[in-house]
Design a protein around this ligand. Structure first.
Ligand code: UDP
Ligand code: MG
Length: 317
C-alpha cells in the first residue's frame, strides 16, 4: 500500500526540517504497513523553502515537490498535491506541525478496520485564539450550516486522510473557487472525526489575517449556498407589502383628516432605506456573478515552475 502525504508550504523554511524528521520517524514505524510519498507543494514562498525542498528530494526518493510560479493560496497548493498523489491513501497536512503527523498511524488503522473513506480532524477548542475571532468564527459556522445543504463542521482542519475513491471524488469537483471545508464534505462518504488539542505553530507566523478569514468565509457562503439570493427577493416582496400598507394608510388619512402636507423626513428615510436595500441586493447578485465570471474564464488554478516527482515527467522551468 502507498500513502501519499500532501504538504502545502508557504514560507515554511523554519519548519520543513522538523516536519521531515517527524514524518520520517513515522515512516520507519509504519514500514511494515505502508510505503510513503511526501509531496511538498511550494506555494510561491519568498524564503528558503524551495531550496530546502530541492535538497530533500535529492537525498530521499520518497520526497517530491511541486513549486508554483507565485503564491496561489493553500487551496491551490492542496489541489496540486492531490492531483499529483498516487497513493491508495492520501493525507493532507500542514507543514507547521500544528497537525501531529503521528495521527497518520491511527488514521491508517481506522481506515482498515472501520471501512471509512475519510478520517477528518477537528480541534477540540479555540483556546489561545483572540476572543473576537472565535466569536466571528462561531457565528460563521452557525450561519452557513443554517443556509447550506452541505454540512460545514466547526473547527474542522484540513488535516485528513482520504481513500483513493474519496480523493477522486474531490478532484472531480472542478470549481475554481475552492472552499475546501465544503468540498471535502460534499461527496458524503463515510467519515470518522478525530479530535486533537490545538498545537502552537512550530515556527514562523500564521498567514491568516482577520480580513483574509472574512473573505474566506464569504467565499464559503457563496460557494455552498444560494440563500443570500433568496434574501434579496424576500426583501423585495416585504418592501412591496409594506408599501401597499402605507398606501392604504395614506388614503384613509387623506379621507379622514384631509391632507396635511408633511412627510419630508419620512420620505428621506424611505428613500435611504429602499436604495440601501437595493444596493445590498445588487451586491449579493454581484458576488454570485463574480463567481460565474471566475468560472467561465477557466484560468488554471496554479502554474508550476519546477517540480521533482521522481517519475520522469517533471517540469523544470
Ligand atoms: N499555506 C500555503 N499557502 C498560503 C498560506 C498557507 O500553502 O497561501 C500553507 C502553510 O505553509 C501551512 C498551511 O498552509 O502549511 C496552513 O497555513 P497557516 O499555518 O498559515 O494557517 P493556520 O494553521 O493558521 O490555519
Ligand atoms: Mg498553521
Amino acid at each position: 500500500m502507498l500513502t501519499s502525504v500532501c504538504v502545502p508550504c508557504y514560507n515554511e523554511e523554519q519548519n520543513i526540517e522538523a516536519f521531515y524528521d517527524r514524518v520520517s520517524a513515522l515512516r520507519e514505524k509504519l514500514r511494515s504497513k505502508t510505503d510513503f510519498e511526501f509531496i511538498f507543494v511550494n506555494d510561491g514562498s519568498k524564503d528558503n523553502t524551495l531550496s530546502l525542498l530541492r535538497e530533500l528530494a535529492a537525498r530521499d526518493r520518497d520526497c517530491k515537490y511541486i513549486s508554483f510560479s507565485r503564491n496561489f493560496g493553500k487551496e491551490a497548493a492542496m489541489l496540486a498535491g492531490l492531483e499529483a498523489s498516487k497513493g491508495d491513501r492520501v493525507v493532507v497536512i500542514d507543514a507547521d506541525l500544528q497537525d501531529p503527523p503521528e495521527l497518520i498511524g491511527d488514521m491508517l488503522e481506522l481506515m482498515e478496520t472501520g471501512g471509512y473513506d475519510r478520517i477528518a480532524t477537528r480541534r477540540k477548542d479555540r483556546k489561545g485564539e483572540p476572543v473576537i475571532r472565535s466569536f466571528f468564527a462561531r457565528m460563521f459556522y452557525k450561519v452557513i450550516n443554517k443556509i447550506s445543504d452541505t454540512k460545514i463542521v466547526d473547527g474542522a482542519r484540513d488535516f485528513s486522510m482520504m481513500s483513493r475513491r474519496m480523493t477522486d471524488a474531490v478532484l472531480s469537483l472542478k470549481e475554481r473557487t475552492r472552499f475546501t471545508k465544503g468540498i471535502f464534505e460534499w461527496p458524503g462518504y463515510k467519515t470518522k472525526w478525530l479530535e486533537f488539542e490545538n498545537n502552537a505553530r512550530n515556527g514562523g507566523a500564521t498567514k491568516w489575517s482577520f480580513l483574509k478569514l472574512l473573505s474566506y468565509s464569504m467565499e464559503g457562503i457563496v460557494s455552498f449556498s444560494h440563500f443570500p439570493l433568496v434574501i434579496s427577493s424576500v426583501i423585495g416582496v416585504l418592501l412591496f407589502l409594506i408599501s401597499l400598507l402605507f398606501i392604504v394608510i395614506i388614503i384613509i388619512r387623506k379621507l379622514i383628516f384631509g391632507d396635511p402636507v408633511s412627510g419630508w423626513p419620512s420620505l428621506v428615510c424611505i428613500i435611504l432605506m429602499v436604495s440601501g436595500l437595493q444596493q445590498l441586493s445588487l451586491g449579493i447578485i454581484g458576488s454570485y456573478l463574480s463567481r460565474v465570471f471566475v468560472e467561465v474564464k477557466e484560468r488554471p488554478l496554479y502554474l508550476i515552475m519546477e517540480s521533482e516527482l521522481h517519475d520522469g515527467g517533471n517540469i523544470n522551468g
